[in-house]
Write a protein of this length. Sequence first.
Length: 138
Amino acid sequence: MIPKNRRPLVLGVATGLAIAATFLASHAQEPGRRTRAEFMRMKLEYSKQVLEGLTLEEYPKIVQGAKALKKLSQAAEWEVDTIPDPSEYLAFTNEFQRLADELAKKAGEKNIDGATLTYLRMTMNCVNCHKYVRREAR
Ligand code: HEC
């Protein structure tokens, strides 16, 4: 038995643990998915920024967007273990990062046609990776 004078303390600790457990459980819910969706939303935003840069011939905007896209892609690499066939997923990721570099380079050289073409190939890569994920992760 817990001595009478200790009971409020024990009760307090138990309540605290219960609250902490509830908090952790609610936050642990599919953290990978939520984070990935957030990453992807940001990818979409930066892609729009690149498109804006291309259409207005604002090269710094393109370079910034391309660099941010590469960083996002690198930051999301940890999630590979949630994908059924990581080797193919990694191939898309590597290609994506290579295209992001190429996009920044072409924009740095003020090569609007080259940058636009690279942007199109990058968009193909977005779509192809999504197609692959939907096919594999059913
Ligand atoms: C290497 C693979 C890969 C590439 C490349 C990729 N994505 Fe994704 N994307 C995913 C996966 C996996 C999901 C599913 C995320 C989920 O359900 O949590 C996703 C989901 C999304 C979503 C939906 C997020 C949501 O709200 O649920 C958007 C928007 C998105 N991607 C944008 C992009 C854009 C824009 C690009 C290219 C600039 C891109 N993605 C490139 C793998 C990729």
